[in-house]
Ligand binder design. Sequence first.
Ligand code: ADP
Ligand code: ZN
Ligand code: MG
Length: 480
Amino acid sequence: MAREDYEVVIGLEVHAELSTKTKIFCNCKTEFGGEPNTHCCPVCMAMPGALPVLNEKVVEYAVKAGLATNCEIARDSKNDRKNYFYPDLPKSYQISQFDKPLCEHGYVEIETNEGTKKIGLTRIHIEEDAGKLNHDDFGRGSLVDLNRAGVPLIEIVSEPDIRSVEETDIYLKKLKSILEYIEVSDCKMQEGSLRADVNISIRKKGAKEYGTRTEMKNMNSFKSITRALEYEIERQIDVVENGGKIEQETLRWDEVSGKTFPMRDKEDAQDYRYFPDPDLVCIKLSDEYIENIKNNLPELPESRKERYLKDYKLTEKDANKITASKHLSDFFEKATNISNNPKAVCNWLLSDIARILNEKEIEPDEIPFKPEDLAELIGLIEEGTISSKIAKDVLEKMFETAEKPEKIIKDNGWIQISDEGEIRKIVEKIVDANPQSIADFKAGKEKALGFLVGQAMKETKGKANPQMLNTMFREEISKK
Ligand code: ADP
Ligand code: ZN
Ligand code: MG
């Protein structure tokens, strides 16, 4: 069979660390980093007899996430113990939720080339994170850091509704953006605040049953998810094409070799011997409580997008790109409110600024200057103080020094030459020195004008006002 005869089926289990100030069952700080084992107490270190108390904010944040993803919120929910041994889990069980999760039956809408598609969410539940093992630098064994133990997580489980690598990327980006908008997680993938277990299977197109899936755990970058999926799809097709069978197993993605390796057989729910945590009470939520969270939900990307189409007349494509990131979108709104030029702000953000962010591998919330600085830069172009070409150099400097555009322009002597006499002199000089171009232009070659303007720009190091150059060249040539 040809590769095109196979269909890919993907489902994700996404873990997001919640940005509550304190941990899920104790008062320790959730802050990332810090000296190992300094954000711990008897509860999160699993001292015998220490009792957990559920942090109400965790429930609130999880309900927010559920409402933002169209889930039904359970009025009656509970915490269960998921038993397993691992050195980063001193209790030997993780407090999670088994048969009564807080949220169920939701969906996330994604924009694909074939239009809008709903990805179903099976459930969202709350649980605690484990500690961290440090394997490197010690020579003899590993050390455990429990700062992360007990940091609250939500696990968002999707239905196997995703049908391609690209849809996976779009879905994950959309989910990340929703969590950022409702401010329940900082979603920093490089710090592990957002990570995904990726489940994948293949089947013949048109088949009713799903194929056997493999699972790649703890993936924490978009790039590695894409690479791992592309590899795993090829691998599974090869196995089937060669008459083999896919084993249901957990795989490890190796970034260096670009391959997946078997880690262990797939475990079943019964292996974990789940049971209700006797130290914790049930979670009962009233209609008023849920209603109240619903009414106070921040604006979501969709409604922002609609607003940008209507109020700022952005194109659908641009509005999608800007609202994909809350930080970018906040930046856009602030700069637009000052500059009153949404189109220009949008263009700067999506072209030059996006390019620099990409080069520096940083996120929109790490832009070193302020929205008002971008507004100022746009203003300086509008009033003719600098050309848009020089503005690009100013922007580069803004990224380096975070200084105000006006100061950068002054310090570098970049103010645009708009003095008529001065420009006229340059134009006359260049016209005299290039008789051939003048003749070409008169013979109808518009391109020759571009060459002359280019010469003038060279002469002034890009500082001459381009509109004035254009007009004056035409005037001077017509005199000849
Ligand atoms: P577990 O909790 O043991 O990992 P679940 O049955 O809850 O297993 O499924 C976990 C994830 O795997 C879900 O996101 C689901 O959509 C996905 N999934 C289930 N079956 C398949 C399949 N055949 N192919 C791809 N993904 C699947
Ligand atoms: Zn603690
Ligand atoms: Mg799983």
